[in-house]
Design a protein around this ligand. Structure first.
Ligand SMILES: Nc1nc2c(ncn2[C@@H]2O[C@H](COP(=O)(O)OP(=O)(O)O)[C@@H](O)[C@H]2O)c(=O)[nH]1
Ligand SMILES: [Mg+2]
Length: 382
């Protein structure tokens, strides 16, 4: 049976936590066909939250408690997720609040979606069947809706409707265990959630949204505020430009490769090799230049390391480069024949910009450094 661990941060939630544990363990867990566990991450609460959880742990074997070391919601999740993976050997982890804003009855549909094969389940307020609290003032609803829309636009993600929800279930193998949790942005705030979502979507082959009726907070006050919101937007913007930044780096490296190629044709010519040899050597130097710079700069987050990987990827890179050469030598003369030889410079620019560059960028991301997956290989693209 699959082991699912609910990681639930709770900070001064004494008023909610006893009831939450009881409802989950005695009413909801028995309906679910998985080995269900509840791990509460306390942040040295002053109201005895930890005592309540400890007592519950003595009664129910599947209720656990950890204390977080560093303050902040993100660090609570890092601690809880690590503990769930390493100590409890979870197959899947569900993020959930302790304050009943994620009503316990929505746990079952999330776990069911996972059991039906989803890697990543998003409890969504903005799909059919989901909702935000009726009690919320119009302004609060608008902030939530437009905040979400803003992040969707910045991340160019229109398939997922709720990018800021805190109710999400992730498969451990291949998804959560591939993420460097400790390196997520803004772990001391709520904003880390957007980075975690971004990384999770990248790793997930099958993502589904499950409706969530988000409830109003009943007791105590929310800890979310304007500062948190601005931080959240900032993280989204940084993630949004990261991909474009990569494209700019890619273009710069390509230009440097061109310079290397040009300079070394002349250098080798001066050394008295045959002209074919000059071109061959200079082109290979440009390829080596592009490979190294792309590896340590453009794609440094997914840098290829180790002798074997470097050699085999370098061979792949040469094959890819040969493909670019082939495109150029086939389409260059072909277009020249159509528009006339005197436009050769224009044809070259057209072929390079509209065919070779996209081809190279696609191959680097798909084959060499593998930062993209094909849409049909992942269920949801972003
Ligand atoms: N352990 C821990 N839990 C936290 C921290 N901040 C918030 N929480 C818990 O995280 C959940 C969501 O917090 P809440 O203030 O309700 O945020 P909101 O629902 O987004 O307004 C609740 O269960 C809180 O008790 C923290 O720094 N550490
Ligand atoms: Mg809340």
């Amino acid at each position: 049976m699959d082991k699912v661990v609910i990681v639930m941060p709770a900070w001064n939630e004494a008023e909610n936590i006893r009831e939450m544990i009881k409802v989950l363990v005695t009413e909801e867990f028995p309906k679910i066909k998985a080995d269900m566990n509840l791990l509460i991450v306390d942040n040295h609460s002053k109201d005895g939250t930890d005592k309540i959880v400890e007592e519950a742990g003595k009664i129910y074997g599947n209720v656990h408690l950890v204390q977080q070391d560093k303050p902040g919601l993100g660090w609570a999740y890092v601690k809880g997720m690590r503990y769930a993976m390493e100590n409890l050997h979870a197959d899947a982890i569900l993020e959930m609040d302790a304050d009943f804003q994620h009503p316990p009855r929505f746990v079952k549909p999330m776990v069911d979606a996972y059991l039906s094969g989803a890697d990543y389940c998003i409890g969504s307020r903005y799909i059919k069947g989901g909702s935000v609290p009726k009690e919320w003032a119009l302004s609060r609803k608008a902030v939530s809706f437009f905040g979400n829309l803003f992040i969707r636009i910045v991340l160019l993600n229109f398939k997922i409707h709720d990018l800021t929800t805190g109710f999400r279930l992730s498969r451990v193998k291949g998804l959560l265990d591939k993420i460097e949790l400790e390196k997520l942005m803004d772990l001391d705030r709520f904003a880390y959630k957007v980075d975690l979502l971004y990384q999770s979507l990248k790793n997930s082959k099958k993502t589904v949204e499950v409706p969530l009726e988000f409830a109003a907070r009943t007791k105590e006050k929310s800890k979310f505020n304007w500062k948190e919101m601005i931080a959240t937007f900032t993280v989204a913007i940084i993630l949004g430009i990261k991909d474009k930044q990569r494209f700019i780096k890619f273009g710069t490296v390509g230009f440097l490769g061109f310079v290397v190629n040009y300079v070394f044709i002349r250098v080798f010519r001066g050394m008295g090799f045959s002209e074919t040899m000059n071109w061959l050597l200079a082109t290979e130097l440009a390829i080596i230049n592009n490979y190294i710079l792309n590896n340590i700069w453009t794609f440094r987050e997914v840098k290829i390391a180790g002798v074997r990987a470097t050699i085999s990827k370098f061979i792949q890179f040469n094959v890819t480069s040969a493909g670019a050469l082939l495109i150029q030598t086939v389409f260059g003369p072909l277009f020249e024949r159509i528009v006339g030889l005197k436009y050769d410079a224009l044809v070259l620019a057209f072929v390079v910009v509209f065919m070779v560059l996209p081809y190279n960028y696609l191959m680097y991301n798909l084959v060499i450094w593998k930062t993209w997956k094909l849409p049909w290989a992942k269920g949801v693209s972003h």
